[in-house]
Ligand binder design. Structure first.
Ligand code: VGL
Ligand code: ZN
Length: 212
């Protein structure tokens, strides 16, 4: 028997319609999340979430560099896409989507708090200098299998999935529960291929429910 947890990645207002870094169709993932939450809780699987959680002067913000949003630059020696200001700590934009069944979520992991480094993965910052408490929490709770979905496919979902695999977790990705930024149109498709090549199994929600 494996011990499974559902990891919901960054289902926050700023990544949904009307948000600062709105991902096309981002809202459509919430319904998938709620179905998956119901499925997982009925089987005793933990439901946990990550939250992008930036200080107002975060170095990934274009506003800090007099740069255009979605342009490329550098942050403390690392390549960095400059984003619109988003997910500022305690702001409405950083809150989880209002229609998400939040009562089911038993732990939330913040990332992106250090202004000098971005953090796409829920496990490490982009420079891999610091770890969040997610891996320790999963180990403490005996979790060895993760079901992952959320926003955005080509950034936080992708890097969370790749790190989870590298840390030894079995990973399933629910593809219709993910949407991407797609600065380049194929970015999300490419991201799913990378996750799959690295060892993740990709399912639609319907496939997932059928094959379990
Ligand atoms: C994300 C860009 C910047 C994400 C977070 O959650 O995918 N993308 N910050
Ligand atoms: Zn961010």
């Amino acid at each position: 028997m494996t011990n499974r947890a559902l990891l919901l990645v960054d289902l926050q207002n700023d990544f949904c319609a009307g948000g600062a870094l709105a991902v096309p169709e981002g809202d459509s993932t919430v319904e998938v999340a709620n179905q998956l939450i119901a499925w997982c809780t009925s089987r005793g699987n933990a439901v946990i979430a990550s939250q992008d959680w930036h200080p107002a002067d975060h170095g990934s913000f274009a506003s800090q560099h007099q740069a255009q949003a979605y342009s490329q630059g550098q942050l403390d020696g690392l390549a960095q896409t400059f984003w619109p200001d988003h997910c500022v700590q305690n702001s409405e934009g950083a809150a989880l989507h209002p229609l998400l069944n939040q009562r089911a979520i038993t732990a939330i992991f913040h990332k992106g708090e250090n202004p000098l480094v971005d953090s796409y993965s829920a496990f490490y910052d982009n420079g891999r200098r610091q770890k969040t408490t997610l891996d320790a929490w999963l180990r403490d709770n005996g979790v060895d299998e993760l079901v992952i979905m959320g926003l955005a496919t080509d950034y936080c979902v992708k890097f969370s999935v790749l790190d989870a695999l590298q840390l030894g977790y079995t990973v399933s990705v629910i593809t219709d529960g993910c949407r991407g930024v797609n600065i380049q149109p194929q970015d999300s498709a490419q991201a799913f291929m990378e996750m799959s090549s690295a060892g993740a199994t990709l399912y639609t929600l319907a496939d997932w429910e059928e094959t379990q």
